[in-house]
Ligand binder design. Structure first.
Ligand SMILES: Nc1nc2c(c(=O)[nH]1)N[C@@H](CN(C=O)c1ccc(C(=O)N[C@@H](CCC(=O)O)C(=O)O)cc1)CN2
Ligand SMILES: [Mg+2]
Length: 297
């Protein structure tokens, strides 16, 4: 039995962050200022707090300016919209990101819709998703773009390959499908209601699992030689010591016997998200400074 390759997303992300850092140095030389990223965190969700802290640290490590805005759970939508309006007009800030999920009483679509699309480094604004869907230059969501980078690194040209995306979220599934289509893949979006998911997945040369259900995609579903990108981050407590561990949406141990390559959880797609966020911030800064696209990114 041959065992597939484990794609080292952590190492790839570190290299990408270094490349962004070099680009930032060039930007500073050209403009005399640092690119700036504003991150807005509402409430105290522990995972979100960890991600936001990590974003701040990595922004600074790449040579950019980090601005953090923490607001209580109880904030009203109007106050949040006022903050975003302020950030839209702040010349030091090239990228604005509102950490998701937001508390239930705030409409995420309204908040994201208030961000200046030129500063929307998450690529969630409808102007950017619309541009992506119609093949125009756009700021593209970080996680799916990170997945495409890993896929191209592993497979080279993706043209003509059969891709199945499991999951239809606005953050991952839909933009992922649009990006795969832009690479000339034949794309299927499957989801929790798809009939006979096993046989749909079995068609795929590329499987992207982003449903948020622990180890839902089974090893025997995978076509021999397929490449699997596992976007899931699910906390499960199933060991005797009662400690939580993180698993993906794919049953990785089983899948390894079938795949050409697979991303692990943790250490696969996850680290790419923040590395691509830094890349997007530099891209936004370049565009705002009238410098065109940064080289090599
Ligand atoms: N505004 C946004 N909100 C959210 C996004 C996003 O891209 N923009 N994505 C996720 C959270 N996220 C970043 O915000 C994120 C998730 C996971 C990782 C990561 O490095 N994961 C590690 C494991 C982490 C762990 O132990 O918990 C891995 O997979 O190896 C980074 C960033 C939702 N919200
Ligand atoms: Mg879904």
């Amino acid at each position: 039995m041959t065992i597939g390759k484990i794609i080292d997303g952590k190492a790839f992300a570190a290299t990408l962050r270094d490349t962004v850092g070099e680009g930032v140095a060039g930007f500073v030389e050209a403009t005399g200022r640092k690119p700036g990223l504003a991150v807005v965190l509402v409430g105290e969700d522990p995972a979100s707090s960890v991600y936001v802290r990590s974003k701040g640290k990595m922004t600074v490590a790449a040579g950019m300016e980090s601005f953090e805005f923490k607001r209580p759970d109880s904030i009203g939508a109007e106050d949040l919209l006022d903050l975003i309006e302020e950030l839209n007009h702040d010349e030091r800030i090239d990228g604005i990101l509102v950490q998701l999920p937001l508390p239930g009483h705030i409409d995420e679509a309204v908040v994201i819709g208030a961000i200046d699309p030129a500063k929307d480094v998450d690529g969630f604004h409808v102007v950017n998703s619309g541009k992506l869907a119609t093949g125009q230059e756009a700021l593209v969501p970080c996680t799916p773009l990170g997945c495409i980078m890993l896929l191209k690194d592993e497979l080279g040209d993706l043209s003509g390959l059969e891709a199945v995306v499991v999951g239809r979220s606005n953050i991952v599934g839909k933009p992922m499908a649009a990006l795969l289509l832009a690479e000339s893949c034949t794309v299927t979006i499957a989801h929790s209601r798809t009939r006979d998911l096993a046989s749909v997945v079995h068609r795929a040369d590329i499987v992207v699992a982003a449903v948020g259900r622990a180890e839902m995609v089974k090893g025997e579903w995978i076509k021999p030689g397929a490449t699997v990108i596992d976007v899931g981050i699910n906390r499960v407590t199933d060991t005797e010591d009662g400690k939580a561990r993180i698993v993906g949406d794919v049953a990785t141990a089983e899948a390894l016997a079938h795949v050409r390559a697979i991303t692990p959880v943790p250490g696969g797609v996850g680290p790419m998200t923040i590395a691509v966020l830094l890349r997007n911030t530099l891209v936004a800064a370049h565009a705002r400074a009238g410098l065109g696209k940064p080289e090599g990114l």
